[in-house]
Design a protein around this ligand. Sequence first.
Ligand SMILES: Cc1cc2nc3c(=O)[nH]c(=O)nc-3n(C[C@H](O)[C@H](O)[C@H](O)COP(=O)(O)O)c2cc1C
Length: 210
Amino acid sequence: MAKLLYIESSPRKERSASIAISKYFLDEYLKAHPADGVAVVDLWNKDLPSFDGEVINAKYAIMHGKETTPEQKRAWKPVENLITEFKSADKYVISLPMWNFTIPYRLKHYIDALVQPGYTFTFSPESGYQGLVTGKKMLLIFARGGAYGPETGAQQLDFQKSYMETILGFIGFKDIESIVIEPTMGGNKEAKEAMMKQCQEKAAAFAHSF
Ligand SMILES: Cc1cc2nc3c(=O)[nH]c(=O)nc-3n(C[C@H](O)[C@H](O)[C@H](O)COP(=O)(O)O)c2cc1C
């Protein structure tokens, strides 16, 4: 039995395109893998550790191989808990809107807590950086108001997909699939419905192979 962690980063809930396609994927996934478990992290309803004070001191102590103080250990615990929860899964789905050409700040906050030396990556002068979250599958479900494909001429503005692939690759993910929902804004109703239908078909296909 595998554990799938679904991380949701749109606050728009029932109006959200990324959540609608993720829900479709998860329904199909559970039909195809009825013994698996799905855990949900809703980033708009989760306490994320503020990255200042003793938390940031703890990070630098760890980075420099120094012993952390009792205050730093206490402050660091929520970061460790978040990483433990993340690493407990076998498969991941992250749904995310494009905000200002990149990702929503709640997701960036989560990533800033998650990406830690000794937990999700290591560094040594001999081997350089190495990711520690390995052998796991990732599906990214992106939603954008505009369109950013190669034919649009706007591809270089897409820091959403490139950033997610870079940071997840950095912590060890090699098997990253994606569904891109675009454009969610503008255009007529029929075109949007056809685009959503295509994304549902992709989600259903991934749900079986994932
Ligand atoms: C704060 C904010 C910033 C946005 N920035 C962009 C942007 O840079 N490019 C774009 O194409 N759409 C942008 N949008 C539109 C969203 O990407 C679009 O509505 C998308 O469908 C949101 O995903 P969701 O439906 O899952 O919430 C932005 C929306 C918000 C609220």
